[in-house]
Design a protein around this ligand. Structure first.
Ligand code: ZN
Length: 245
C-alpha cells in the first residue's frame, strides 16, 4: 500500500522536479532500513545536522508551525522535536511523511532543498499530525479520511498559495486555489495508495466541500506568513478566552 511511490521508475531530471513540486508528502512512507545512511557516515552526518538545524529554525520561527504546535499542545498532543521528528534519507522524490503508527514526522533530508522547503514540509505534515490527534483518522482503510487530511494540508500549509498569487496576478483566476488543492490532494493519495486516479478523484470530490472549508486550527486560509501570524494571535486569544471561563 505504502510502496506505490517507491515502485515508480525514476524519471528524467525535469520530470523529477515536476513530481517533486507536486508530491510533497507521503503519509505512511515505507521507511528505509531504520534510517541507515545510504552513503558514507560523514556525508550522512552533515546532511542530518543540516536537516536538524533547518528543523530547529522552522520550529522556532515559522508562524504556521508555531500555531500548529500550540494547537497540538492544546489538544493534548504536545510535540517534542526529538521524539516526533526524524531526519532520514528517502527513496524517490518524496519530501516528507507522517507515520501514524509512531506519530512521527519523517523529513527527507536528501530531498528537502532549503529553509522555505523545510517550512512547507513541516507545516504540511503537522496538519496530518493535528488531524491524527483531534480525530480518529482511519488512514489505512478509509481513503476518504486520507483525502480529507490531504485536502486540508494542501489548503492550509501554503502549498498552493504562492502559485495562487502568481495565477491571480496573471490570470485573475479565483478558482485556481481550489483547483490546486484538489490536484495536490489527488497526487498525494496516488503516491501512497495503489488505486486508480478515478477512485482518488472520487474520494477527494466526495469530501472536498467540508474538508476545504474546515480551516482548523487556523480559522482561515493563511495565504502568507502575515496571515499565519494573525491566525496565531487569534488562536492564542481564543485559547486564553476559553481557559478563563
Ligand atoms: Zn500529505
Amino acid at each position: 500500500m505504502a510502496g506505490a511511490a517507491e515502485e515508480r521508475e525514476p524519471g528524467p531530471a525535469v520530470g523529477e522536479q515536476l513530481q517533486e513540486q507536486h508530491v510533497a508528502c507521503q503519509v505512511f512512507p515505507e521507511r528505509l532500513a531504520e534510517g541507515k545512511p545510504l552513503r558514507g557516515f560523514i556525508s550522512s552526518l552533515s546532511k542530518d545536522q543540516k536537516c536538524q538545524l533547518m528543523l530547529q529554525k522552522t520550529l522556532e520561527t515559522n508562524p504556521y508551525v508555531r500555531l500548529l504546535l500550540d494547537a497540538m499542545k492544546h489538544s493534548g498532543c504536545a510535540v517534542n522535536k526529538e521524539r516526533h521528528f526524524s531526519c532520514e534519507d528517502c527513496s524517490g522524490n518524496v519530501s516528507g511523511g507522517f507515520d501514524s503508527s509512531s506519530s512521527q514526522i519523517v523529513l527527507c533530508q536528501n530531498n528537502i532543498r532549503n529553509q522555505a522547503h523545510m517550512n512547507r514540509v513541516v507545516t504540511h505534515e503537522l496538519i496530518h499530525a493535528f488531524d491524527h490527534c483531534r480525530a480518529h483518522v482511519d488512514w489505512f482503510t478509509n481513503v476518504r479520511h486520507l483525502a480529507c487530511s490531504e485536502i486540508r494540508a494542501a489548503n492550509l500549509s501554503g502549498d498552493c498559495s504562492l502559485i495562487n498569487e502568481i495565477f491571480r496576478l496573471h490570470f485573475g483566476l479565483k478558482q485556481h486555489h481550489q483547483t490546486c488543492v484538489r490536484d495536490r490532494a489527488i497526487l498525494s493519495i496516488l503516491a501512497v495508495r495503489n488505486i486508480s486516479r478515478e477512485v482518488a478523484q472520487k474520494a477527494v470530490d466526495e469530501v472536498f466541500e467540508s474538508c476545504f472549508n474546515d480551516h482548523e486550527p487556523f480559522g482561515r486560509i493563511p495565504h502568507s506568513k502575515t496571515d499565519a501570524r494573525y491566525a496565531h494571535r487569534d488562536f492564542q486569544n481564543r485559547d486564553r478566552y476559553y481557559s478563563n471561563i
